[in-house]
Design a protein around this ligand. Structure first.
Ligand SMILES: CSC[C@H]1O[C@@H](n2cnc3c(O)ncnc32)[C@H](O)[C@@H]1O
Ligand SMILES: [Zn+2]
Length: 432
């Protein structure tokens, strides 16, 4: 159904970063057909629904550039640990017991959390990517899916499976799903395995998504294994870093790593909440940006964050880099919002389709209730959104013109039944 919004404030997050007031936005056939004053709206347009958006703000939906959607199953499990103890001591032993049914329920709960908090698109790395695709199809979200994998020369069948998943799901869900190849990290993959991942990505023409330089320990041990090469230099030597590569974390990087990322046109997915919770450190985001590197934002999984709320990630990013650097302009509000939206779309190779409100782009947007006192006084809405707004303000989430969440309800999902089943599965998994 075509939908018209009238009397809205609008943050376009396009090249001009426009902030409009009392504006009209028309959605036609899943795309944005018009943005501007009501007087200029197309005459030959008869929407199925017209929404009076007075007191509300339209902005692009968030793009979560690094997550593990089914890890909602492990929310609240194994807290206050560093990456090593959290992942190898607690999470992987339970992941070894996961079933496809568990993953489906975890992914559906993650999808609901995204819709409720205004995320419209995400980049996911996990086992059972084919099952996660079912949750994406059902939820209506847009996603780049990766079959996450770790291994050595004895695990080449994992790469064959990942390739098969890419071929099967590239363009699935009416084009809302695309794919990448995803080796987990340097410390869990052999050289032979990484080279085969590179070849698979090249052959399929898709990107690579990988964890890189998340901790100083990871970098130290990589240098010991690979003739003094950091994970980024090592990946680069193997040909894994291109302008279609998204590297999650990049906390413990040096100027040489930064130059490599810039030279290759690679993208970084910055995860401030997860990096702080796992005590991994502070990624040098201002330096990455000064180096011309595209930095997007991600939550990481709900077990190391502990939610999938991009509002929090955006505020953390804008705040923590000021505090850490002593520079109040380190990440201005406008940039934090761009990192959470259009820069994420760019990292995912989807900037022509989503990430900003522009005529011709897919209508992936959110309507934010700005009647709370924290959105006053009016004007400079971008500052209110980044520094004062929260996910509870999201009134509507739309992907490709379809309303997926309105007033806290996801009409196509039976939330009480889903949460009940999910709860049973998550608790049973912990006892398995
Ligand atoms: C191979 S599927 C994905 C794999 O990644 C694990 N994971 C989740 N968060 C992190 C992180 O911050 N660093 C490294 N690995 C992480 C997840 O548990 C899966 O095993
Ligand atoms: Zn991760």
């Amino acid at each position: 159904m075509d939908i018209r919004f009238d009397h809205a404030a609008i943050l376009t997050v396009d090249g001009e970063d426009r902030e409009l007031s009392d504006a009209t936005l028309c959605v036609k056939d899943g795309r944005i057909a018009y943005i501007g004053g009501a007087e200029g709206a197309p005459q030959d347009y008869s929407p199925g629904r017209t929404i009076d958006a007075k007191g509300n703000l339209l902005m692009p939906g968030f793009v979560n550039a690094h997550t593990h959607l089914p890890m909602t199953l492990f929310r609240g499990y194994a807290n206050d640990l560093n990456l090593q103890d959290w992942l190898f001591g607690n999470i992987i032993p339970l992941e070894d017991k996961l079933t496809a049914e568990d993953v489906y329920l975890g992914a559906m709960v993650g999808a609901a959390e995204m819709l409720l908090s205004g995320t419209t698109c995400f980049l996911d790395m996990y086992d059972f990517a084919d099952t996660i695709a079912v949750a994406v199809e059902k939820s209506g979200l847009r996603a780049v899916l990766c079959q996450g994998m770790a291994g050595d020369g004895g695990n080449m069948q994992k790469i064959a499976k990942a390739k098969e998943i890419c071929q099967r799901f590239q363009g699935a869900a009416q084009g809302r799903i695309t794919t990448m190849i995803s080796p987990h990290a340097e410390y869990t993959c052999s050289e032979e395995f990484l080279l085969a991942c590179r070849d698979a990505a090249q052959e399929l023409g898709v990107g690579v998504h990988v964890h890189a330089s998340e901790t100083a320990k990871e970098v130290r041990e990589c240098m010991e294994r690979h003739d003094g090469l950091s994970p980024i230099r090592y990946f680069d030597k193997l040909g894994l870093i291109t302008d279609k590569t998204v590297l999650a974390h990049c906390v413990a990087i040096d100027s040489g790593d930064l130059e490599t990322l810039a030279a290759r046109g690679a993208h970084v997915a910055h995860n401030p909440g997860s990096n702080m919770k796992l005590a991994s450190g502070f990624a040098p985001v201002p330096a990455l940006l000064r180096g011309g590197i595209n930095v997007a934002l991600g939550t990481d999984g709900a077990s190391s964050n502990n939610n999938l709320d991009m509002w929090e990630e955006m505020a953390l990013c804008a705040l923590m880099h000021k505090g850490f650097s002593g520079d109040p302009k380190a990440i201005p509000a406008k940039k934090a919002l761009r990192m959470a939206t259009i820069d994420g779309a760019r990292a995912l190779g989807l900037e022509d389709e989503t990430g900003s409100l522009e005529v011709g782009k897919k209508a992936d947007l959110i309507l934010v209730d700005t009647q709370g006192p924290w959105y006053y006084p009016r004007g400079e809405m971008v500052n209110h959104v980044v520094y004062a707004g929260h996910s509870a303000d999201v009134k509507m989430t739309m992907v490709e013109g379809r309303i997926l969440m309105e007033d806290g309800r996801i009409p196509h999902v039976d939330m009480p039944a889903l949460l009940d089943e999910f709860n049973r599965a998550a608790l049973a998994l912990r006892a398995r």
